[in-house]
Design a protein around this ligand. Structure first.
Ligand code: GDG
Length: 471
């Protein structure tokens, strides 16, 4: 029976070593949840890196163990991790695609490593591929994989989804290997982005840099019809609602509230990443307390930063900058019984996140650039009483769906200051009116719908390709 093969840089589990023993940890990420319904079914599989480098014997053991869980590992060496993952993926593509051009670097060895690592993933697909299988490749780390597979299997069905933004042609064209990257992705039949703008930027680059002409969202690649589309990703709404209404989350909220007192809380939660706009948010909060001193002692920023990529120099520098700003704001406005910024540099279990989503009247999600941003959708799903205010950056893909948030330009400090004031003073009936509309949207377009839609569109396109070929 034909199967679906999911391919992503990371598997939905990661292996860690505790006291020399291998331990399997499950990922609770949105993608793992959404695709769980696919890869765990029948003979479907998920191919990816288990997050650790192992010796040959251990690799064989892991491969056997993962087969029982419908997964197939791709093993990366320490050099691959350094050059392919931390290097080209995260220091060339990530900054370019998020418009941080001053963080971009172009290193030939890292490009070669990216190519070779993509080859490892493509080879793993070839190893397990059977006729009529459907392949779904995920994200910017694997842009060359679709073409690599296509060259070997010209008729196979391949989908590709890009989870981060696709930049304007003017930025994308700065990358020396731009044409190879585009042709890599164009090996897929159906190519998804979170927003219409990302899709449009991609098509424009295909035209201007690789010479393809397109009509609406369709491109002919060597007579093969390829379609790009915008398909915003959702969340498992019920999971977040249930968790936020659980006894455990409620009990945690009560106990945290006991210690915190009655001040209003503004939630800020992201991975440590310069694209997330964390320093700008802290600076806006600082300015807010300065401009509206009556709020000193009455409102605190609840700042959660989840460690990420901290071996990369720009991330280390960002961590120091955040720590400096937290210290600055707390030193400036703090009193014996008032902490302006509660700062946590770690990750938390879902029960805690749910308690935070419950107890913060405002969520301030102001990335400089974000493909989608799922945290804001989780916050919305968790607001059982339909109150609360979302301050959301225009530069997050989610802003296209959530126009009832207070939308801000994250580079406009004055606008962010006023947005905080407006959120704190928003009447309850207006909060509820806006929140209800946003809840309706987030509840309707869940991660499960997203997966179904992607798979159906991919299959539908394949059928159209086949009927074109027989005409
Ligand atoms: C990329 C794109 C796009 C965070 N802290 C904890 C925790 N989280 C969970 C959140 C959320 C996820 O991590 C973060 O997702 P985001 O979408 O906000 O951001 P990225 O990691 O940058 O993801 C992004 C996404 O891909 C999907 O396409 O939306 O634009 O950059 O689910 O809840 N989870 C737990 N503890 C934490 O401390 N359990």
């Amino acid at each position: 029976m034909a199967k679906t093969i999911i391919v992503s840089n990371r598997l939905p589990i990661r292996i860690e070593k505790e006291d020399g023993q291998k331990v399997y940890k499950t990922s609770e990420g949105g993608l793992a949840t959404g695709l769980g319904s696919i890869y765990k079914e029948g003979n479907n599989i998920w191919i990816g890196w288990p997050g650790i480098s192992l010796d040959h014997e251990e690799e064989q053991e892991v491969e056997k163990e993962l087969i029982d869980r419908n997964m197939r590992p791709v093993f990366l060496t320490d050099d691959d991790v350094e050059d392919f993952y931390l290097g080209f993926s995260n220091q060339t593509l990530w900054p370019a695609f998020h418009y941080f051009i001053h963080h971009m670097r172009f290193v030939d060895e890292e490009w070669e490593s990216y190519y070779n690592a993509n080859r490892k993933f493509a080879d793993a697909v070839s190893k397990w591929l059977e006729p009529d299988d459907i392949i779904w490749v995920h994200d910017y780390q694997l842009m060359l994989v679709p073409e690599m597979i296509r060259k070997q299997f010209p008729n196979v069905t391949i989908g590709f989804f890009q989870h981060i933004p696709f930049p304007s042609y003017e930025v994308f064209r700065m990358i020396p290997w731009r044409k190879k990257l585009l042709n890599g992705v164009l090996g897929a039949d159906y190519i998804g982005f979170h927003t219409y703008d990302d899709m449009r930027h991609f098509l424009s680059s295909c035209h201007r840099l690789a010479g393809y002409s397109y009509e609406r969202n369709q491109i002919l690649v060597k007579n093969r019809l390829v379609e790009a589309d915008s398909l915003p990703m959702g969340i498992d709404y019920e999971k977040y609602l249930q968790s936020a209404t659980s006894q455990l989350a409620k009990a945690k909220e009560i106990s945290y509230r006991d210690s915190l007192g009655s001040q209003e809380l503004i939630l800020s939660m992201d991975r440590l990443d310069y694209s997330k706009g964390i320093p700008g948010r802290l600076q806006a909060f600082d300015k807010f307390l300065e401009k509206y001193p009556e709020y000193q002692g009455r409102v605190s920023l609840f700042l959660i930063v989840v460690p990420s990529r901290d071996q990369v120099a720009s991330y280390k520098a960002l961590k120091e900058k955040v720590e400096f700003l937290v210290g600055h704001v707390n030193g400036k406005y703090g009193t014996i019984n008032y902490v302006p910024v509660h700062f946590y540099y770690r990750s938390f279990p879902l029960d805690d996140l749910s308690a935070f989503y419950r107890m913060c009247k405002i969520a301030m999600i102001t990335p400089k650039r974000d493909g989608m941003n799922l945290v804001c959708k989780e916050y919305i799903a968790s607001r059982e009483n339909e109150d609360g205010v979302l301050i959301l950056s225009e530069m997050a893909g989610a802003s296209k769906e959530l126009s009832d948030a207070i939308l801000v330009n994250p580079n406009d400090q004055n606008e962010m200051v006023e947005a905080i004031k407006r959120a704190l003073e928003m009447p309850l009936n207006e909060q509820k009116r806006r929140m209800k509309i946003m809840q309706r949207t987030v509840k309707k377009y869940t991660i499960f719908q997203w997966v179904d839609l992607f798979m159906n569109n991919l299959k539908d396109l394949k059928e159209r390709q086949q009927s074109m070929a027989t005409k």
